[in-house]
Design a binder for this molecule. Sequence first.
Ligand code: ATP
Length: 387
Amino acid sequence: MASITLNHLVKKYGDGFPAVNDVSIDIADGEFLILVGPSGCGKSTLLRMIVGLEDITSGDLLINGQRVNEKEPRERNLSMVFQNYALYPHLTVYENIAFPLRLSKGKFSDEEIDRKVRHAASTLDLDEHLERKPANLSGGQRQRVAMGRAIVRDADAFLFDEPLSNLDAKLRGQMRTEIAQLQRRMGITSVYVTHDQTEAMTLGDRVAVLKKGILQQIASPRELYEQPANLFVAGFIGSPSMNFLPAHVRGDVFATPLGDFPVPDQARGKLPADGRIVLLGLRPEHFEDAKFVDEAKVSRGTTFDAEFTHTEWMGNEQYGYINYEQDPEVKAKLDELAQDLDGDEMHPQIVVELDATSRIRGGAKGRIWVDTRRMHVFDPETGENLT
Ligand code: ATP
């Protein structure tokens, strides 16, 4: 097994903007690290640099403390599981798994190969399918064969490139659990690329969030969710996304289009000057129909009236949508900043999570409570989380 160290890694294709821009990460032996980010953020390029399929423009890549920048992929002893499985259709499951061992000619006897293949097959519950061809397997079974090929080589680490993106939603959920269990059981260092935040949050010990080749934050899933470093991470992690509500700093309160919200303790002393605009970060679950909030809790947050455009009932909860009046001056300022930050245009709307039995409906006013203690405050100019 292996630790993998990325030290100021840079990848440039031609003279354009670097696809990977000064990324440093220490991946511990046995750790499950997720690389996540939107399309084009450089996550696949970074994985391909680790495995040796892509040259490193600058920086160092170390495996178990040894610099491997110039080593051929096969000398790095890492195993890659691809999105399309890369199985040989004319070979049986047994031969597909045995393939990497047969490639290293003479290194393994037939008995050794047989033992390793059967061991991998039993780890992956494929014992009964060894004589089948890939065409006669389900998507999940094909995925397991691809992993069998990785296991059989006794590789130092597994590298996964969006391995589940071709599967339907249900199977993706099952395979996610299988990969998580297998990785824990084998304790093998793994780096997993995905753009799916559910995979990122459920699989990884730590998650590295990338945007335009730059590492935004690396942390445990819980820390990313609860303490996002900036607007990008805050908006990327969580579904429905965090609400960003523009507000003016006015002494001890934020003046928002929904009313005045108190400045939470964690933001005191870190705010820009009075009159400046900030973005308040409030997750949908930080809100509730005020009728469902007991006395003691009500006083720890703020209550306001809002008109709902519509609600979505999901069975176990519901979402309510509130449009607010956007001050034209604030809008102009935010549009200008959104361009600088390459963000989306901000819609004057927030989404709140309501109890499933709430009677609040679209077209009507409702009294809403918000837990302002859990509020994040972002500097719209830098995107930085000030709390
Ligand atoms: P996706 O999820 O869409 O696969 P990604 O986050 O994995 O995206 P990369 O494939 O690593 O992103 O690409 C990062 C950037 O590098 C993109 O802007 C892409 O266009 C560019 N890029 C990738 N491969 C090449 C290449 N061979 N030549 C030139 N530019 C490339």
